[in-house]
Design a protein around this ligand. Sequence first.
Ligand code: FES
Ligand SMILES: [Fe+2]
Length: 361
Amino acid sequence: MSRFYVEPDISIAKTLHTDFYTDAAVFDLAKEKIFSGSWQFVGDVGMVHEPGRCYPFTLLEKYIDEPLLLTRDQQNTIHCVSNVCTHRGTIVIKEPCKTANLRCRYHGRQFGLDGHFISMPEFKEVKNFPTADDNLARLPLFQWGPWLFVSLQLHAAPEPYLQDMIDRVGWLPVNDFVYRPELSKDYIVQSHWALYCENYLEGFHIPFVHAGLNAVLDFGNYVTELFRYSNLQLGIGKEGEGDVFDLPASSPDYGKQVAAYYFFVFPNMMFNFYPWGLSINIVKPLSQQQCKVSFLTYVWKEELFNRGAGADLNQVEMEDEEVVEAVQKGILSRYYRHGRYSVTREQGTHHFHRLIAEAME
Ligand code: FES
Ligand SMILES: [Fe+2]
């Protein structure tokens, strides 16, 4: 049995062994075991807003560190390709730009915007050239509304990760959501990335840690639903709470006073839908004891912004960081290895630990 085994029965299960957070080799191993097969948020279609646009980026900088390139070709198809030249391995495109073809700065190899090899100077004498290996690797890209997701695994299916969320809130006019850079922000948190996630995954701490949020949410009716690689915490508004979704009859939640949908997609993505729009939080590992959490704000109904359960998110974040950073100190203790779960309040955290255990096997 792996040292990270977590019992499926939450009532007898112990939490993940602290070696997961403290062992440097495990932190590295998780790159392949947990992240390489997952779907990762890239950004939105505005990054390549017209044909010919190219947007280079590094997937999970300082951790996965994979150089990738987003492009939009002349047929308006968006691609995600490796940004590493198949000749001698330099970075092909350094800055966002508009171009007909991708041309490597080093020795002039050219590729189409979908990554296929086009030409190479001084290569007439080279035998068995070009082959499929000379194309830039093309990665699976998934689009929901304006949002783009990529997987490093060439044949990964997005549905087990994303479809449950899409089915649940698919009635929202997500293409009308507007990205607001001035309302978006990165937070550096002094904790292991998984500690940040597992705090997010339980509403148990809300009455203890978030006085403002607790005044809005009905803790008694707060529920967690588990899916294959994602889960949902449904925040029901207190009696009289006005800032709730105006749900269509087609919604499975029709008739409920939903103040917030908190979706978690394994291993590191959070999608918080409020009546005003969406706050996406991406947790990016930086080191064993530090992560960066990118908050991206998409506003749908401006007049509802910063109200209800989606108010003062910066304040809520400060409250979360304080407890998560204290856990980071605590898990280094020689006296703590495992905890236990509340059967009614920590299903999300248990689910997350089970998924980690499964991936690390
Ligand atoms: S490394 Fe790109 S052409 Fe040589
Ligand atoms: Fe919290």
